[in-house]
Design a protein around this ligand. Structure first.
Ligand code: TLP
Length: 343
C-alpha cells in the first residue's frame, strides 16, 4: 500500500517513544496552584530564552494569542492586525467575542506591516474614536507561506508603538523557525514585543502546549485570564515535559524542515506543473497556485489524497504543504513526484 505523506501542517506530528518516556516520567503537581515543577521549569526556561521576566504555559496557540489581546485591551478598544494574520483569519472572531475589541485590519506584504500604514491607522485621541491599544504581528507568517518578519522592519514598528504608547503582541507560533532561518536570536525577538505567544505543538513536535512570554506583571494578569478562558490544566507537567523534550531535541532540527521545504519547491518546479518562486520558501511551508489547472481546491485535494499526499487549501486558488519532523527528505521527493503526476 502507498504510504500517505501528510503535509497538511506541522501540527500533525506524533510524539515518539523518547518524548513519551519523558512525559511519562515527568514530575507533576497542581499547576493551577503554581505547583507543577515541570511546568515551572519550562516557564522559567522559555522566559529566559526570550530575555523576558516570566512566562505562562497555556494549552494552545489560539489561547495564547487571545489572552494577550485581553491583557492589553478593554472592551471597546481597537487593535490593529494584518488582514491575513492568524488572529484575524483563523481564530473564529476571538478578539471580538473574548475581549470585546474591534479589529482594524491592514494589508501586509509577506506578513510585514508598513509602519506608515500602522501610523495612519492609530486613532487620534477624540471622544468618538475607539482607543487604539495594540498592534499584532506574526512571525513566521502562515498565510505568506512561513515568511520571516525581518528584524529591522520589526524594529521600526516597535519604535512606532513606543512613540504612540501602544502595545505590540507577537504571534510567534513558529518563532523558532524564524530564528533558525534568519539567525536572529530569540532574545532579539523578545526585545521587540510586549507579549509573545509561542507554540511547542508546531515544528517542535510536542503534542500540545504554548507559552505566553512577557513581564512579571503581565504574566500575573494572564494567569487570571487563563483561568477564565478555561486553560488551567492541573498536572500539566506531563505536557510540559513533552515541550522540554522538544526544546532539547527538536529545536536544532528545524533547519532540516526548511531544507525539506526548499527541496519540495524545487522538485515541484522541476516537475513543470506548478511554478514556485524559491525566494518565497523561507522556512517550512510551500504555497503554490493551482489556478491554471482549472480545478477547484477541493477536487485537487481529493485527487492528491488518492495519490497519497495530503495538503490544505490556502487563500483563493492556492494549496499549502508544510514540512515537519514526521516526513523525511525522501518522503518530500516522493510527494513532489506524486503531485506532479496527479497534476
Ligand atoms: N495554525 C494552524 C491552522 O490554524 C492554520 C496551522 O496548521 O498552521 N498562530 C499561528 C501563526 C498559527 O499558525 C497557529 C496554528 C496558531 C497561532 C494557533 O495554534 P493552535 O492551533 O495550537 O491553537
Amino acid at each position: 500500500m502507498t504510504k500517505t505523506i501528510d503535509l497538511r501542517s506541522d501540527t500533525i506530528t506524533k510524539p515518539g517513544a523518547a518524548m513519551r518516556k519523558a512525559m511519562h516520567d515527568a514530575e507533576v503537581g497542581d499547576d493551577v496552584f503554581g505547583e507543577d515543577p515541570t511546568v515551572n521549569a519550562l516557564q522559567e526556561r522559555v522566559a529566559a530564552m526570550f530575555g523576558k521576566e516570566a512566562a505562562l504555559f497555556v494549552p494552545s496557540g489560539v489561547m495564547g494569542n487571545e489572552i494577550c489581546v485581553k491583557l492589553h485591551t478593554e472592551p471597546g478598544d481597537e487593535i490593529i492586525a494584518g488582514e491575513d494574520s492568524h488572529i484575524v483569519v483563523y481564530e473564529t472572531g476571538g478578539p471580538g467575542l473574548l475581549s470585546g475589541v474591534q479589529v482594524l485590519t491592514i494589508p501586509e506584504t509577506r506578513g510585514v506591516l508598513d509602519p506608515g500604514r500602522v501610523e495612519r491607522a492609530v486613532r487620534p485621541d477624540r471622544y468618538y474614536f475607539p482607543r487604539t491599544r495594540l498592534v499584532c504581528v506574526e512571525n513566521t507568517h502562515g498565510r505568506s507561506g512561513g515568511s520571516v518578519y525581518p528584524i529591522d522592519r520589526l524594529h521600526e514598528l516597535w519604535l512606532l508603538t513606543r512613540e504612540r504608547g501602544i502595545r505590540l503582541h507577537l504571534d510567534g507560533a513558529r518563532i523558532w523557525n524564524a530564528s533558525a532561518a534568519s539567525g536572529v536570536p530569540l532574545e532579539e525577538y523578545g526585545r521587540h514585543a510586549d507579549t509573545l505567544s509561542v507554540c511547542f505543538s508546531k515544528g517542535l513536535g510536542a503534542p500540545a502546549g504554548s507559552m505566553i512570554v512577557s513581564d512579571r506583571k503581565g504574566i500575573e494578569k494572564a494567569r487570571k485570564f487563563r483561568k477564565i478562558f478555561g486553560g488551567g490544566m492541573r498536572q500539566a507537567g506531563i505536557l510540559a515535559a513533552g515541550a522540554i523534550y522538544a526544546l532539547d531535541n527538536h529545536l536544532g532540527k528545524l533547519a532540516e524542515d526548511h531544507e525539506k521545504a526548499r527541496t519540495l519547491a524545487s522538485e515541484l518546479n522541476n516537475g513543470g506543473k506548478v511554478r514556485i518562486d524559491p525566494a518565497t520558501v523561507e522556512t517550512n511551508m510551500v504555497i503554490f497556485d493551482i489556478a491554471h489547472t482549472g480545478r477547484s481546491q477541493e477536487s485537487l485535494l481529493m485527487l492528491l489524497a488518492r495519490a497519497g499526499v495530503l495538503l490544505t487549501p490556502e487563500r483563493d486558488t492556492h494549496l499549502r504543504a508544510v514540512t515537519h519532523l514526521d516526513v523525511s527528505l525522501e518522503d518530500v521527493r516522493t510527494a513532489a513526484s506524486r503531485i506532479t503526476e496527479a497534476l
